[in-house]
Every structure is written in structure tokens, then in C-alpha cells.
Design a protein around this ligand. Structure first.
Ligand SMILES: [Zn+2]
Length: 312
């Protein structure tokens, strides 16, 4: 399985042999030592685990400080089964389209160019999403989303399937479960927005908002059972994160309440009960997905694979 581009390169056997042939013994020995150093470095970053599929579940407007055993048992179980941080950060402005575009391209908004939050595409996307990149490699890709603005992320003629069956988590999950079973997508995004809707209506962290977190968590649990029933659970990496948080009845600012998001990963090769110490960005979602799928992580991506979450 390929390792991420930009990580210590290992000389191929062929280049090692040809170098040995053309160089002096002393130089060749130095090259061997260098190669050994690279190999040791590569081993310490760890090869990507063998994962067939990646399922990204984005919980729109879901504040990580709303997570608790009583309120969101599915998320707490995922944290216990996998690795995560409740102090990951989204990009600015902390709004849906901008955050999701960074989540799915691995770059800052000034690089991808989607700096608005409406339903009309004002400019073309400047870099491909991981869906476009994976589809190009022949992987089946699909999104089941609550908001029409996601259609801007799929360009004309692109293979990625995008479904918008409604607004509520219940509707989305009821469509996502048979979709997973039938299509067995290699890369899939499921987007649930009940938390965000409730935050705008009743206030983030209000009683109604907290109830929406529970509802979302229950639907996430149903989705994960659906993944299991589709026969995909054993070889699917699940990443659960969010595009932003919120305070009062809004978001979009640089304050912690708006930018802190959960980032939780579970599946093959993931450490159990592991708290990720490093800074994690919403952009790391894209890089991690490519890395575990064995696809190259482009140098332009400032998001990096969250290698720390995986057992060596
Ligand atoms: Zn919102």
C-alpha cells in the first residue's frame, strides 16, 4: 500500500541497485545508511492500514462540548473503540460550505476558493475534492447530504453520486443505509444537520439543541448498524467530524465555540481509547482518507494524515 507523498521517501530496490553500481563503495555505503535512515523514518510514521472504504460522517454545527455518555452514547462508544480529539478546528469563516470544502479538499479556503455559503457556485473549485481524486482512480464515491449547497462540490461529468433526500438526520440515514448496502461505496460522505438547524432556531447549547445532539447521535448509531448490515464494518474507516460549532444563534466567527469541532476515527488499524494530542484540522480529514485508501496525498494539501491515531 502506498504511503503518503511528502513522507520520508524510500529508495526503490531498482534505484538502490543502480546507485550501488555507479558509485564508489564509500559513497554506496553512505547511500545505504541514508536509505536505512529513510526506511527507519518511514517505519516510525507507519504504513497506512489496509482499509477498503472510508465513511466520513459530518455532523453540521455539532459542538464537541455537547458530547457526553448520557447525551451521545454512540459518539462516546466510538471514542472508546477508536481515537479522537474534541479540540479539532475548522477553517474560517466557520460556515458550512467553506468548512466542508476544506474537509474534502484538504486546503485552506483561500486555496480552494469556495469562500461563500450560498447555494450558487460563484467560482469553480480551484482544487479537486478527494471524491474527484478517488473517482479518477476508479473508486466508487457517493454523498448523502442535507443541504443543496453540496452540489457545488461535485463538478459536471464527475462520477460521484450525490443524494439529497431531505433535511432531517432520520431521512438521510434511511436513504444512506440502503445506499451503502447496494452501492458499497469506497468513499462516502453522510451529512447530518439537525444540530445546526436547532442551533440557529433555539441557540447553540440550548435544551432544544442538546436534544438535537441526542437525535443525531441516535441516527449515527443507526447508520453504523447499517454499515455493519451492509457487510462493510470490518474494512471501513469511519471518520466523524463537523464543519463548525456555534454560539448564540449563529456561527462563522473565529471564537472557540464556533471553530472547535470533534474529530473521531474508528476502524481497521485505529488505536483504541486513544486521545489524539496533536492539533487536528478539519483539513486533515481529506488527507487521512486518501492515506488509508492508498492514494497519494498531494503536496498542495496542508491537511495531513492523522497518523498518530493508527497503531504502528
Ligand atoms: Zn449553520
Amino acid at each position: 500500500m502506498a504511503t503518503a507523498a511528502g513522507y520520508p521517501p524510500a529508495l526503490s530496490r531498482r534505484s538502490e541497485i543502480s546507485l550501488n553500481r555507479i558509485c564508489s563503495p564509500r559513497f554506496a555505503a553512505a547511500v545505504c545508511l541514508l536509505t536505512l535512515g529513510w526506511l527507519v523514518a518511514a517505519a516510525s510514521t507507519g504504513a497506512a492500514p489496509r482499509v477498503r472504504n472510508v465513511l466520513i460522517v459530518s455532523l453540521d454545527g455539532f459542538r464537541p462540548d455537547g458530547i457526553s455518555l448520557k447525551r451521545t452514547p454512540t459518539l462516546v462508544r466510538l471514542l472508546a473503540r477508536g481515537a479522537g480529539t474534541l479540540r479539532a478546528r475548522t477553517v474560517l469563516p466557520s460556515v458550512t460550505l467553506v468548512g466542508h470544502t476544506s474537509m474534502l479538499t484538504g486546503v485552506e479556503p483561500e486555496v480552494h476558493g469556495f469562500t461563500w455559503n450560498g447555494e450558487t457556485r460563484l467560482r469553480p473549485l480551484r482544487v479537486p475534492t478527494i471524491f474527484k481524486m478517488a473517482a479518477r482512480e476508479g473508486l466508487s464515491c457517493g454523498m448523502v447530504v442535507c443541504k443543496k449547497r453540496f452540489f457545488q462540490l461535485v463538478s459536471d461529468g464527475e462520477e460521484t453520486e450525490i443524494l439529497h433526500p431531505g433535511w432531517t438526520a432520520g431521512k438521510i440515514v434511511s436513504v444512506a443505509i440502503p445506499y451503502l448496502k447496494e452501492k458499497q461505496p469506497r468513499l462516502c460522505l453522510v451529512h447530518l444537520t439537525d444540530a445546526d438547524s436547532s442551533g440557529h432556531k433555539h441557540g447553540f447549547m440550548s435544551q432544544e439543541y442538546l436534544k438535537a445532539l441526542t437525535r443525531t447521535d441516535q441516527e449515527l448509531g443507526r447508520l453504523l448498524k447499517g454499515l455493519d448490515a451492509a457487510g462493510m464494518a470490518d474494512d471501513t474507516l469511519v471518520i466523524v467530524t463537523a464543519d463548525h460549532g456555534g454560539k448564540g444563534k449563529r456561527h462563522g466567527r473565529g471564537i472557540d465555540e464556533d471553530v472547535l469541532i470533534p474529530w473521531i476515527v474508528s476502524g481497521p488499524g485505529v488505536k483504541r481509547r486513544h486521545s489524539i494530542d496533536r492539533d487536528v484540522s478539519v483539513k486533515d480529514t481529506a488527507a487521512t482518507a486518501l492515506w488509508v485508501l492508498g492514494l497519494p496525498v498531494p503536496d498542495r494539501m496542508t491537511g495531513r494524515p492523522v497518523i498518530e491515531a493508527f497503531a504502528k
